[in-house]
Structure formats: structure tokens, C-alpha cells
Design a protein. Sequence first.
Length: 618
Amino acid sequence: MAGSRGKLSGGHKGGRGGRLAAPSAGIALLVVALIALLLSFPGCRSSEVPVLDPLAEDYFPKIREIVYPTFGFPQIVPAGEVFTLELDLTPGRAEGQPDEIKDLRVSIASSGSPHPFRTDLAVVDVGKGESLHWPPGAGREEEEVFLVKLEVPGNVPPDLYDLQVEAVSGGGRVSDRQLHSLSVTAGDKSEYTFVHLTDLHVYDLRVPQGNMEGRELGEARYLREAIRQVNLLRPDFVVITGDLIHGQMYLPDDWPPDARRRGVSQYDYEYMWAYRELANLDVPCFLLPGNHDGYNDGQRDGFDWWTKTYGPLYYFLDVGESRLFMLNSFDWDPQDRSLSKGPYYGMVPILEPRRWKGQFRSGGDRYDDLLVPSIEGLGGQLAWFRDRLRETPQGRLKLAFCHHDPFQEGCWSSEDYGGYRIGGGGEGRRSFLELCSLFEVRAVFSGHTHEDHLGSIPWKSGRGSTLYVNTTCTEPVDGSPDDYPGYRWVRVAGSDIGDFVYSPPHRSYPFHAQGPGVGPVDGGERRVALELEPDIAGDRWEAGAEIRGRAVNRLGRGFPALFVEFFVPAGSGVEVMVGDEAAEISRWPTSDPGVERVEARFPLGPGEDREVLVEVSR
């Protein structure tokens, strides 16, 4: 994980203190001459390819030549298997895609690691065709791409990787990098876990009744605490169903409110902020937009920010025996998503859109229609959803994700604020419910309302039902027993989902030690519900180190496995004790000589506070 971490007592890191004497001028000249000589040999020249840092604030768009996989739409693939990379080489070329790619090299490196594993991927085949991952209308004008089949070597350790592409095209050199875009696994994922997050809302300006603690300038402490807990759980992936940002305080002509803020608009500032925070996740993350992500601030359409930063507005993916659909439920025309200063702006300085509730265009129905139109007449995203459901193999588990809960009419209905804001009244809700019932979608996960909710609609076949699972927000709320920030932790085995409820009948897992079954908050302060303190993830420990800390679970439910990862000298002995029990250890090579990555896995029961002892021997 990026960023500084506290150190457990008794540990130490490599390196020497003190100052070194400056070399003489003669030695300095000799060093310069040797470097020049080395660079003159073939293969030793410095590369002309610039160092790419997508985390830099001025690195935009984030999606350039590599259009799949991306930060927000990664690829999960077992080691030794093949996947398809998509490249768009049209930027700056009026004549479209070039005829060919030369000197193509694709490499990977462990994401955010101080000791990454690096390797090249074998190019199996290169061709041109329509994108396999960006549906029409999902945010890309150029449909033709280069389709590059790549093989992941069988010796690649399971981990999350950045992809790097270098090539010669159209007489010029191309280089691009996508962070967190490739997750390599040890085998197929017929059984897996995922965490559902929603409504992160990174922003730092106080909104009346907005419960804004933890939002210092350029920092979202609450989000970092949440990500640390997710990294301890180490699910196979995370799904975030929108509202990464807020974006409703300033129009471009009022931006910035002070000299400390950067970017061309609040949207620019918050999109880059959310991207940097999510880069702290140690697992792949699938993203889809919410209403706050899709507003139009007058500088750029929010969906343009999205598709240039994260990926398509809607898409699907296969994981093991499951097909997952990521949908855009804020499917309104740009003018309906535009922000303006409403008549109450002087009292409550929040910019207003005409619409903020759900819609799937071309559904042919209003949210409150009792009769559902024929599914054969659907258009746009719903027609795409219908066709992908039809072609899904029989018996495969189908899960859908969107920002607005289609089960709750209030996520779609109109509201009257003196005739000024109507908010909803969109179409497609009834048609969406019909498709899920007809094609046996097992569950739909959503957010938007900042509270937990669970509904169910029987399938047309009578063989089961669709669960509509709404999840509370990630952003801070008042911490009452009925209203707290949290997440869904979902287990999938074969053709059905397992438990996803912290406490019956529908509660999410709390991020803090409060809420049902966890008692009052000490001294009125929030305590994180799950932590390893201090956090040693990513540290390197030398032989002879003895590191002590504590793993704490302040919830009323236990976890079958928590994960912590660190680095040791290759070949050294490693033991991790959690209380009186030895943790399960996995060791993986890195590309740094003499350094191995260690992953420790251990259970933690409800309310447990256990000592963690890491010993590294020679």
C-alpha cells in the first residue's frame, strides 16, 4: 500500500545512517566516464520513453492508448492463461487506426509495491476489430481498436499489477501505462469474495448537515481507514457503485475558492483526488458511475471525466461461473445533468441539477407505470443488457450493479420543490425489473440512498427470486445505530451468493465500532472496526527482526481470513503467530535480488483482540 506506515515495536529496516564523505573530483570524473561508457553499449542506453505517472494530477486523460483493461475495469486472469488487451492508437491521427504496430512490448509490475515482480507478457496475436469491452454508447467514439492477445507466464505470482505498453506506430513511439489493471490469480475463481462499496463522496468543504468530519483539504481520512480495512479482508475484488465525488460546490468560473486547490474545476480536483485514494487498494476494483459522478459543471461533462479516467459507463465481465453486469442508472441527457445555482444558493451553497435520480433511457416506461412494455422494444443500454442476458450460458450466476436501487420507487420518482427541482420521473425502472425477473438475475447491488435496504421479486420461472441489495455509504454519517458507514462483504460459491448481511435482516458491515450489536462509541469518538495496529503492510524486515502488534476486531461477527503482506530476505525463516496460533504463510518471488514477498493469513473471531508476532530468522 502506498504511503507511510507505523512500525511495530522491535522491528528495524535496512539502510545506514550517518553522512558519507564527498568523493574527490578525480573519482567523480571517473564515475561519469564509466557511466558514459556503459551507456554506449547496446541495450544500455537510457530509454526515450518518458516515465509515466498516472497518479500525477496533470496526467489526464488517464485512459490513453490502453483502453482495456483499465484502472476501473481491470482484467482477472489465472497465471498461464491468455487475455485480450485493447489499444487505441488514433489520438492525434485524423486517418484513424494505423495499419500495424511494430516493436510491441507489454510488461507488468506489481502495483504500488516497494519490491515489485516484473515480467514481459508474451504476444500471442495482434489484430484489429471492434472493442470487446466498450459497448456502443458507453463512452468511446472510436469503435475499432487493436486486439492484442497476451499470455501471462505461469510463474507470475498472484498479485495486482500495472500494465505497461511500448510500441512503434505511425512512425512514432507509443508508451502507456494503466495502474491496477491486471489481477493475476492462482486458478479459476469458481468461489470468490467481493466487497461492495458505494457513495464515497470525496470532498472537503462543509455542507450544512453533511457530517463532514475526516475531510481535510486533499485528504479523506475516513476513506483511507475504509481502504485499510478492505485490504485486511483482501477480497478477490471490490465493486464501487458510484458517487466517488461530490462536485456541487463550485462552477468553473468560481473555481478555485482559494489558492490551495488545483485543477480547472471542482470536478477535475475531486476526480484526481478519488483516483489517488483508490490507488491504495491492494485488490482490483470495478467502478460504475453515480449521479454525482455524472453532473455537468460547464467545464466538462462528468461522464467525459469518467470515461477518460476509469473506463466505460457500462459493461459486463465473467468471473468463474458468474457474469457481472455494471450498469449506468444515471442515464439522462446532458442538459438534465447540468449544474446551476438555484434560487436557494445564497442560503445553501450547493449547485443543483435538474435530475439526480435513476433512469435507463429507451425503457419505454415511467417509473410508476403498472404495465411493462414488451422487452423487444427496448433500446440503448437496456437493449444491450437484454441481449447480454440472453446469451449468458444456462446455469451461470448473474449479478447486476447500478447506483440507484430499482426496487425502491423513491430512487426514481419525481419530487416537487416549489416547481423548481423535480429530480426524477425517469424511465426504465419497470423494464429493468422485468428483465431481471425474466432472465433470473440473482441479485442487484446498489447505493445512492446512504442506507441499507433489502427487497426481493420472484422470477417468472418460479425457480427463485432477484434480491435487491442496497448498501449504506462509505462517507461518514452521524453514527446512530440505524445509520452508519459500511460495506457488503459477499461470498460467492458456484451458482449462488452466500452471506452478505452483518446483522439481520439487511445490515451492512460497519466501518466503525458502532451500530447494531457493537455497543456505544468510547468517549464519543469513532474507532475503526477492524485493524492491525500498527499496519506493517509493505514493510521489509531483515533477518533477526521481531515485530509485535495487535489485530483487533471490534464487531460482533468474525472473519475467516485476514491478510497482511510484507517483505523478507529470500530464504530466511518466517513465522507469524496470532495469539497462540500460527498464521498460514505464502511466499512469492520479487524482481529485487534477495527479496521475497510474504503473505500471512489468519482468522479473527468476533470481538477478538490478539497479539501478532512476526519473527524473521536467518
